[in-house]
Ligand binder design. Sequence first.
Ligand code: FPP
Length: 246
Amino acid sequence: MKRAPEQAAASKGLVVPRSVAVIMDGNGRWAKQAGFARIKGHEKGISAVRTTVTECAQLGVSALTLYAFSEENWHRPKSEISLLMKLLERFLTQERATLMANQIRLVHAGRRARLSPKTLALLDATIALTAANHGMVLCLAISYGGRQEIVDAVKTLASEIAAGHVAREAIDEAAISERLYQPTLPDPDLLIRTAGEMRVSNFLLWQIQYAEIWVTPVCWPDFGKRELHAAFVDYGQRIRKFGKVL
Ligand code: FPP
């Protein structure tokens, strides 16, 4: 019998954030250290994605956003881009059973323009298949950039103002938030980055305003339940003031 998420978390002494975002870095370094080609690191990264997605869903996380492919990643060698897209396509078909079994709803954040018709078709089909699931939302950031997302939101807003649907005076933070790629997702409470770099790399720039940041030296292919739980334990010890005095 499956335990309720709260029970599962409490028994492990974890504090489960409502919304988690992950910069899955270090696939290339992991492969190099192991003496493999870079793509082996990305392949191994898929298993790590499965582990983190199912564990977050089972622990009761409401929204998990994974940085799978950035706008800047289009500048990588063509061969690596094409292999990464193949892996994404494979994930979008092979993981359907796992998504359904765990009541996970898939959504996408990012620009669609440069994604191939095949990638878009698989993405849209898996989004449609999982649309009625009522558990965790899994947001895949693909062809995603934080600055680009803000630019796109501002463009939408400018068109609405030009068309007379929105008044200039009505522009506030909510007006921007409502025009982001996935406006209904809660802002991340916890941002995890693997492979040790201390930067945010154009990820969810608007949404991570008050996210707690947790960085591990472990490369993404080696990131498993142990690391995820360590992040949640550390998160539970943070004092979140949101700029106020407690
Ligand atoms: C960063 O490692 C990782 C990426 C650019 C891609 C992440 C993709 C995956 C984990 C697999 C596909 C994902 C999904 C959701 C199906 P890097 O190549 O920049 O590593 P390095 O900095 O060590 O070179």
